[in-house]
Design a protein around this ligand. Sequence first.
Ligand code: HAM
Length: 423
Amino acid sequence: MAIQIPRGTQDILPGQSEIWQYIENTARELCRRYQYKEVRTPIFEHTELFLRGVGDTTDIVQKEMYTFQDRGGRDLTLRPEGTASVVRSYIENKMFGWANQPVKLYYVGPMFRYERPQAGRFRQFVQFGIEALGSKDPAIDAEVLSLAMSLYKELGLKKLKLVINSLGDKESRTSHRNALIEHFQPRIGEFCSDCQNRLEKNPLRILDCKKDHDHELMKTAPSIIEHLNEESRAYFEKVKQHLTDLEIEFTEDPTLVRGLDYYNHTAFEIMSDAEGFGAITTLCGGGRYNGLAEEIGGPETPGIGFALSIERLIAALNAEGVELPIEESIDCYFVSLGDAAKDYTVKLAYELRKAGFTVEKDYLDRKVKAQFKSADRLKAKYVAVLGDDELSNQKINLKNMETGEQVEMELATFTDEFKKLQA
Ligand code: HAM
């Protein structure tokens, strides 16, 4: 039996890969405007990084990591997300000492999670993400959010919903944590074993439980908003004010709890509201993670960022019926007739390509008619026809496929003439 692709992964084939490139280019261009610079970190890291960074009570760490030992006995993990790696790199490369602060980074690359595959959920998926390290100005929270929204909007998505929450600072979270324990403890026996473990370690994660989602205690659980201290409240107000000034619509959801442990203050998700998008509507997630750098051995560093998967972005484009303006045509197709002419088109194609044109020719000894069909399929703007007769006269025929107009050109000056046509 032929070997098949692993579950939860996909091949991105020609026809699709152009869409990926278009999205990635748009994201890179946006980062250039916002002055986020690309960082490329390894696909695998020491497992310890994610245990400490993402948090050992999270689903990601407990159930979803691709962890293995290499031949030297090192404990390694395929990265399930980008933030921990970026912060590790920030510390290791002493970016806190760079002249330009805050340090603003972006990444595009595959992430790996052993999840149950379904529409919009893969085991290997590509995240585009940004991280701003070294500033606790609420304006940078708004900048990060505005970049995410701008990417979706520039690609043509309209049915978006931005949901934000504040998880507050350490003091606020401790106070909320205690209230949650008090709330759930008396009836924790009615909850799943995961939630029972979470009660002491990280009760906030109970609110995110998929199994006990409908338990009545979930609805009456104390809200973080009631436990925000004055500073956290003021910070959140300022972020919201900036968003309002930027005319970025949002809704507040005090139950929004992100699936990773490092968040505090601003937390957000962007959802698709498109009909028929499917059950998983979250396109993008992010938030502030002051304290993460210390957690993995670095200096105190505030940080905020987001990540989104290109897979879900494409699903949203499909759900909204957005067609990206992808250039499909080619500049010239060479049709040849006869062996000598065929050989000569190898050189002509090379020259036009060197001059920057998109060019194709026949490599299957097809009949002239079939070669023209290929040219049509490739949406060639021009077809250059060279037969052995023309070759002996040092001429070539060029047909404009849009107008049907044909001109005979000197073979010696063909490339230059072709360039002039395009000018
Ligand atoms: P996350 O919410 O785990 O956050 O993932 C962010 C985004 O990655 C999701 O909103 C979704 O678009 C995509 N995603 C996650 N899992 C899958 C999957 N199995 N298949 C397809 N797409 C998926 C993080 O990863 C954080 N590092 C985000 C962040 C950056 N926070 C601060 N900076």
